[in-house]
Design a protein around this ligand. Sequence first.
Ligand SMILES: NC(=O)c1ccc[n+]([C@@H]2O[C@H](COP(=O)([O-])OP(=O)(O)OC[C@H]3O[C@@H](n4cnc5c(N)ncnc54)[C@H](O)[C@@H]3O)[C@@H](O)[C@H]2O)c1
Length: 301
Amino acid sequence: MTEISFIDRVAIVTGAGGGLGKTYALDLAARGAAVVVNDLGGSTAGVGSDASAAQKVVDEITAKGGSAVASHDSVSTPEGGAAIVATALDSFGKVDIVINNAGILRDKTFAKLENQDLEAVLDVHLRGAFHVSQPAFRVMKENGYGRFVFTASNAGVFGNFGQTNYGAAKMGLVGLSNVLAIEGAKAGIKSNVICPIARTRMTEDILGPLAESVEPELVTPMVVYLASEACGLTHEVFSAGGGRYARVFVGLAPGWFAGKGVEVSADDVAAHIDDIRNQDGYIVPSSIADELQALLPLLQG
Ligand SMILES: NC(=O)c1ccc[n+]([C@@H]2O[C@H](COP(=O)([O-])OP(=O)(O)OC[C@H]3O[C@@H](n4cnc5c(N)ncnc54)[C@H](O)[C@@H]3O)[C@@H](O)[C@H]2O)c1
């Protein structure tokens, strides 16, 4: 088996001062990457800041002979995102990999959710990924190489009580990655999504009996693979947790075709709802074009 190497690669890992991000930064650095360890260092709710979080991880990497630099900027503003990418360029001259991992939680039921909880979560997860990825994408396009990993969540992809803000932000990242995969294809840029399951400060109170089996280090290999040159995949989503690695996908079922030009009522839809929902023979479109391709033969008779 070929060993995955990151020699001469420069990686940005956001939210790498602890939890999952720290494990990614350590493994990338151990495999030769120069790493920007970014972390604002606030609480799980996104309150406060602490520059020592990122610095400790940098110290751990450099003590082992690796190469890393700390960044304490927040991903949640365009200026912060630009500064994180500038740190990579100033310190290491380029950026090859961005792992968008920074995250906070402001869980509330939908009826009780306040606008500030929505904004804070969108700012870090969804807008934060835009703020860091856009300046990095421009550099990668010039260099003809790039790897993005976006961190979604099963809470968004599958749904979870009390997390409308978080779930929407996380599912938004799937859309961002899908489009980036298409826009980056010609420039050798791959973009994929991870839905992790791991015991971290974010989840230690909610995992119950699963907690002892879901070490963050069991997510790391999937993310490091997706960040590597060995990964030729793009536009995909993976679940990783507890040593199980699985593709997650959005499929399109063949559905029910009413016939070209046929008038269709809600009653017709009700009558055919089982056909519409039938999953047999689904495809996994890799762009809008694939869906239109599936529709075209029906409309052409
Ligand atoms: N642990 C899980 O089971 C799980 C499940 C699904 C998704 N996730 C996602 O994985 C990612 C990592 O989470 P974790 O479980 O390691 O939790 P964590 O709290 O240990 O890590 C998140 C890190 O992001 C940093 N951060 C927060 N806001 C920031 C900002 N504005 N700028 C820069 N850094 C910031 C925090 O300081 C923290 O170190 C998050 O995006 C989270 O939503 C985790």
